[in-house]
Ligand binder design. Structure first.
Ligand SMILES: *Cc1c(COP(=O)(O)O)cnc(C)c1O
Ligand SMILES: [Zn+2]
Length: 431
C-alpha cells in the first residue's frame, strides 16, 4: 500500500499516473509526487515511524515506494546519519545551539545521495527498468553505482572529465559503465536528457526525477526526529541542482501537516560556492530569473551552473524568510579545516561551503546567535583529498631514532607539554 495519488504538474496542476516521466506535456512544468495527506493523518505517527527500521526506510510511508510489491532491494543501511550537537563550534562561533547533520557518514558511499538513489532504484525496479543511469558531479555516480550493484541492475554513469580521482575510482569499483564527458556538468546533463529520449533507461535525475528528489525528504525527517520531533529555527543547506533544499522544506511542512511536529518558523538558507552561485546571485539581486553560470570552484560536487530546481530553491528561501550566502575557495578551505579541528568531521568542499556560508549569515545577524541552527553536511572529505593540495604540508621523514625525534620536536617548537594544553580553537574566538 502507498499513499501516492500520482504525479502532478507544479505549474498547471495536470495529473499523470506514476511513470518514468518528469515534465508536463501541456506546459513543460516539472512533475511532483502527490500524496493523500488526509489518508495519512492518524496512520503515520511518531510511534509508527520509530517502530520502523534504523534506515531511511523508516519513512517509507511518506515516500513513493510500494513495499507490498516486494521488500526494499537497496538502501537498507542508508540514512539515519548522526545529528550532532556541535558544542566546540558553538564556542568558537559564539552561538547557543548548533547542530551538524552529518551525511559525510552516510552509507555506503558517504554522501547525501544515498537517500535519492535508494528511492529512485526502488522505483526503477517497480516500474520494470533494467538499466539505471545518471548525470553526476561525482557523489551521485558513486552512490548509483553501489546501489545498482546491490540491486542487480545495469548502470551507466555520466560525469564531467575533471572530477577528483576518488570520485571516478569510487564509481568504477562497483562495475558500472562510466562515461567521462569532455565538458562540465551542465553539458553532461544536457546529453542525459537526449539519452532519456532514445533509450528506455531509468535516468534517476532526469526521467525518474520526481521520485528521486522525494528521497531527499528523509534528510529533513531525520533532523526533526533526531531533535525530538522539533524543527530547527534555521537550516543551512548547500545548493547544486536544487534537490535537497526544497525537499527539506517539504519534509518539515509534511511533518507539520501530519501533526508530528508543532508548526513554528523554520527558515531555510542556501549556501553556494562563489565560483558557482546562480541561485544566491538571483536572490541577492532581487531578480526572479536565474541566469546560468560557468562554474569555477574547488567545490566540484556543487558545481552546477544551470540548476534544474533552482526556482524551487529561490521560492523556499523567500517563503520561509531565509537567505543565501556564498563562499570563496579560501573560505571553503578554512571552514573545512575548522570543522575538522573543532568537531572531528572531515567534509568535502561542499560541506566547507555550507559552514562558511552559515558563519557569514551568523556574523551578519541574519541568523540570531541564540536560536537553534542546523548546518547540513552532505559529503565526505576522504573523496576529495586533492582539493587540499597546497593546504596541508606532507610531514618530513625522520630516522627511527630518539635524537632525531627530539630535534624534530625542537624544530617544530611544539613540546609535548604544550600539546597537553587546550587546542587553539578553545582560546581563539573567531567572532
Ligand atoms: C549533490 C550534492 C549536494 C546538493 O545538490 P542538490 O542538487 O542541490 O541537491 C550537496 N553536497 C554534496 C556533497 C552533493 O554531492
Ligand atoms: Zn503543466
Amino acid at each position: 500500500m502507498s499513499y501516492v495519488v500520482g504525479l502532478k504538474c507544479r505549474e498547471c496542476g495536470r495529473r499523470y499516473p506514476e511513470a518514468g516521466v518528469h515534465v508536463c506535456e501541456e506546459c513543460f512544468g516539472p512533475l511532483e509526487v502527490e500524496y493523500d495527506y488526509a489518508k495519512m493523518r492518524g496512520q503515520i505517527t511518531r510511534e509508527s515511524i520509530a517502530a520502523g527500521p534504523h534506515s531511511l526506510w523508516r519513512y517509507a510511508a511518506l515516500l513513493p515506494v510500494d513495499f507490498t510489491l516486494g521488500p526494499p532491494r537497496t538502501g537498507l543501511y542508508s540514512g539515519m546519519t548522526p545529528l550532532r550537537r556541535a558544542r566546540n563550534l558553538e564556542r568558537v562561533l559564539d552561538v547557543a545551539e548548533l547542530y551538524i547533520k552529518d551525511d559525510a557518514a552516510n552509507y555506503p558511499t558517504w554522501s547525501y545521495k544515498e537517500r535519492v538513489v535508494s528511492v529512485a532504484i526502488q522505483k526503477a525496479i517497480e516500474l520494470g527498468y533494467r538499466t539505471v543511469a545518471c548525470a553526476s558531479t561525482g557523489n551521485l555516480a558513486n552512490s548509483l553505482s553501489a546501489h545498482a550493484a546491490e540491486a542487480g541492475l545495469n548502470a551507466y554513469v555520466l560525469i564531467p572529465h575533471d572530477l577528483e580521482h576518488a570520485k571516478v575510482i569510487g564509481s568504477l569499483i562497483y562495475g558500472p559503465q562510466v562515461v567521462r564527458i569532455d565538458g562540465n556538468y551542465d553539458d553532461v546533463n544536457r546529453l542525459c536528457s537526449e539519452i532519456a529520449d532514445r533509450y528506455h533507461w531509468a535516468i534517476v535525475n532526469v526521467n525518474l526525477r520526481p521520485f528521486y528528489t522525494e528521497g531527499a525528504k528523509t534528510y529533513g525527517y531525520e533532523i526533526a526526529e533526531q531533535l525530538g520531533w522539533k524543527l530547527p529555527r534555521h537550516t543551512v543547506v548547500p545548493t547544486a541542482g536544487g534537490t535537497l533544499l526544497p525537499k527539506i522544506h517539504k519534509a518539515y511542512s509534511e511533518l507539520v501537516e501530519l501533526g508530528l511536529v508543532d508548526a513554528q518558523e523554520a527558515r531555510i538558507y542556501s549556501a553556494q560556492a562563489a565560483g558557482c552561485s546562480p541561485v544566491v546571485e538571483a536572490l541577492k539581486s532581487g531578480r526572479d530569473t536565474i541566469l546560468p553560470q560557468k562554474p569555477h570552484t574547488i567545490a566540484k560536487s556543487i558545481s552546477i551552473g544551470n540548476p534544474a530546481d533552482g526556482y524551487s530553491v529561490l521560492d523556499v528561501l523567500r517563503r520561509t524568510g531565509g537567505w543565501g550566502e556564498t563562499a570563496s575557495d579560501p573560505e571553503i578551505h578554512e571552514a573545512v579545516q575548522l570543522l575538522a579541528r573543532t568537531e572531528g568531521i572531515w567534509t568535502e568542499p561542499a560541506g566547507g561551503t555550507t559552514l562558511a556560508a552559515a558563519i557569514k549569515l551568523i556574523a551578519q545577524g541574519r541568523i540570531p546567535r541564540d536560536e537553534s541552527i542546523c548546518v547540513c553536511i552532505t559529503g565526505n572529505g576522504y573523496k576529495t583529498v586533492e582539493s587540499l593540495d597546497g593546504q596541508l604540508k606532507m610531514p618530513e621523514v625522520i630516522p627511527a631514532r630518539m635524537d632525531a625525534f627530539a630535534q624534530l620536536v625542537e624544530r617544530r617548537g611544539v613540546t609535548p607539554e604544550q600539546m597537553s594544553t587546550a587546542p587553539r580553537w578553545m582560546t581563539d574566538n573567531m567572532m
